[in-house]
Design a protein around this ligand. Structure first.
Ligand code: IMP
Length: 195
């Protein structure tokens, strides 16, 4: 079974990645690989940050690996918080603070179209490949639901009548940006000639 290190310290992401890639890959978390360094995310685009994550782990281990960066892009806020989603309300902000800042920024504005965008960076034999997945939806007027993580409780995907935070993991995967990006990576790996 193909082994890949997941270049993320985020346990919520690891759960989703494991669920989506199921039994087809042997995914090693950074904890399992005994890598405890912070991975910097210094750039102004999801593409560059995703790349930085996988390259950082490849430089440490020399192993095939993948990382991802995700942002919530709100149309009427000019794409904000975007690449700054994790730090929207400040450098060490927690999700509740980021959500509050988002709801404050939107106020009563009815223009609440948004999308999640995930960029996955895969490093195979030292070469990098990127895959993108998006999920269109709207920002609710208040948090609803208690599952999931990050901005899940204020994001309702198009075609659903509940937020990500009201959905089971499998339901979220039906819509999710992360699932779409990872399935593209999986399809690519299926066809990759490892010889
Ligand atoms: P990062 O990709 O770890 O930098 O995450 C960026 C920000 O988006 C963090 O605040 C995450 O909590 C949030 N985030 C990432 N993925 C999701 C998701 O699938 N649902 C809700 N929030 C997310």
């Amino acid at each position: 079974m193909k082994k890949l290190i997941l270049a993320s310290h985020n346990p919520n992401k690891a759960i989703e990645v494991m669920r989506i890639l199921k039994g087809n890959y042997s995914i090693q978390t950074l904890n399992q690989a005994e890598i405890h360094q912070e991975i910097p995310e210094p750039y102004n685009s999801l593409e560059e940050n995703a790349s930085q994550k996988s390259r950082f782990i490849f430089q440490l281990t020399g192993e095939d690996c993948f990382g991802e960066d995700t942002g919530l892009e709100v149309k009427s806020l000019g794409g904000e918080p975007g690449v700054r989603s994790a730090r929207y309300a400040g450098e060490h902000a927690v999700s509740e603070q980021n959500i509050q800042k988002l709801l404050d920024s939107l106020g009563d504005n009815p223009a609440r179209d948004a999308r999640f965008r995930t960029v996955v960076s895969l490093i195979l034999g030292g070469k990098e490949f990127q895959f993108q997945g998006t999920c269109e939806g709207t920002i609710t007027y208040r948090p609803i639901g208690s599952k999931g993580f990050g901005y899940d409780s204020v994001f309702m995907p198009d075609g659903a009548e509940k937020t990500f935070a009201e959905m089971s993991g499998n339901e979220k995967d039906l819509f999710s940006h992360r699932r779409k990006a990872l399935e593209k990576m999986a399809a690519f790996l299926e066809n990759f000639d490892f010889h």
